[in-house]
Design a protein around this ligand. Structure first.
Ligand code: AMP
Length: 278
C-alpha cells in the first residue's frame, strides 16, 4: 500500500494501476462504515484508492474543523488490512494553495436542509470531490447513504458536468442500538452516547407509521420530532420527509420518500436518514 501526499505523485502513479479503479473519499478517523465502502470497492475494482482529507472548505467558521478527530496511523493500519492499494493524504495547502479561487456550485438541492443549516458546506463538498475525481481519474467512486444529501449533490454534479465515473452508494452501517457510525460519535460522552440512539428510534418510528399506511408527511415529521423530544439531551435541528433526488419536502408519501433528521446531542450535531417506503 502506497501513501501519497502530493497531487503530482498521485498522478504519476496512475499509469501503473490496473483498471478499473475505485475511489473512496473520506475525512479519516475510519470506522466500519468507511470500511464497508472500501470492501465494496475492493470487490468491484482492480485497484482501490482511498483519500483521507479533512476538507477545510466544507466546514463553517463556527464548526469543528480544528477538533475533528484524526488518527492517521490507525487509519493506515485499517486500510492495509482491507487491501487498499493507495492512500492519498494531501495537506490542505496542496489542495487549496494560497488565494484558491475555483468552486463548484450545485444549485437547488444544496440550499435545503443540510445546505440551509450549513451554508457553503456543499460547495466545499462538491469542489473537493470534483478535484479528487480529476486527480485520481477512477471509474467509480463510493459514497455512504448515511450522508444522503451529499449523495444527491454529488450525483447531480456528476450528471450535470458529464463526469466520466459511476457513483456507487453503500447502505448505512450502524452500531447495535441503531446509531449510524460516524467519526463525530467520538465526541459523545457516555450519557450522550446512550441518548444518541434516539435518532434511530425516531426514524424507525417514522418508517413504522408509513408501513401501517400513514401517507401524511406532516404526521410523519411530527412523529420524528415527538420521539426526539423524549430525550432530554437531544435537540432537533430538522426532521423532514423528502424526495431522495431533489431533497424537496413531500406532502404525501405515494412514491419514494426519505426521512432525514439532524439532531444535536449536547454539542455534537448528528445526521441520519431512512427510506420510508421500499
Ligand atoms: P466522512 O469521512 O464522514 O466524510 O465519510 C466518508 C464516506 O463514508 C462518505 O461517503 C460517508 O457517507 C461514508 N460513511 C460515513 N459513515 C457511514 C456509515 N455509518 N455507513 C456507511 N457509510 C458511511
Amino acid at each position: 500500500m502506497e501513501v501519497v501526499r502530493k497531487i503530482d505523485d498521485l498522478k504519476a502513479l496512475r499509469p501503473s494501476w490496473p483498471r478499473p479503479v475505485g475511489l473512496v473519499p473520506t475525512m479519516g478517523y475510519l470506522h466500519d462504515g468507511h470500511l464497508s465502502l472500501v470492501r465494496r470497492a475492493r470487490t468491484e475494482n482492480a485497484a482501490v484508492v482511498v483519500s483521507i482529507f479533512v476538507n477545510p472548505t466544507q466546514f463553517g467558521p463556527s464548526e469543528d474543523l480544528s477538533s475533528y478527530p484524526r488518527n492517521l496511523d490507525r487509519d493506515l493500519e485499517f486500510l492495509e488490512r482491507e487491501g487498499a492499494d493507495v492512500v492519498f493524504v494531501p495537506p490542505a495547502s496542496e489542495m487549496y494553495p494560497g488565494g484558491y479561487p475555483t468552486w463548484v456550485d450545485v444549485e437547488g438541492v444544496t440550499s435545503l436542509l443540510e445546505g440551509a443549516s450549513r451554508p457553503g458546506h456543499f460547495r466545499g463538498v462538491a469542489t473537493v470531490c470534483n478535484k479528487l475525481f480529476n486527480i485520481v481519474a477512477a471509474e467509480r467512486a463510493y459514497f455512504g447513504q448515511k450522508d444522503a444529501q451529499q449523495v444527491a449533490v454529488i450525483a447531480k454534479m456528476v450528471h450535470d458536468l458529464n463526469m466520466n465515473l459511476d457513483i456507487v452508494v453503500i447502505p448505512t452501517v450502524r452500531e447495535t442500538d441503531g446509531l449510524a457510525m460516524s467519526s463525530r460519535n467520538a465526541y459523545l460522552g457516555s450519557e450522550e452516547r446512550v441518548a444518541a440512539g434516539v435518532l434511530y428510534r425516531a426514524l424507525t418510528s417514522a418508517r413504522g407509521m408509513c408501513r401501517e399506511g400513514c401517507l401524511d408527511a406532516a404526521l410523519v415529521r411530527k412523529r420524528m420530532a415527538d420521539v426526539i423530544r423524549t430525550e432530554s439531551l437531544a435537540s432537533l435541528d430538522y426532521a423532514a420527509v423528502v424526495a431522495p433526488g431533489s431533497f424537496e419536502e413531500l406532502e404525501s408519501l405515494d412514491g419514494q420518500a426519505l426521512a432525514v433528521i439532524a439532531v444535536r446531542i449536547g454539542a455534537t450535531r448528528l445526521i441520519d436518514n431512512m427510506t420510508l417506503l421500499d
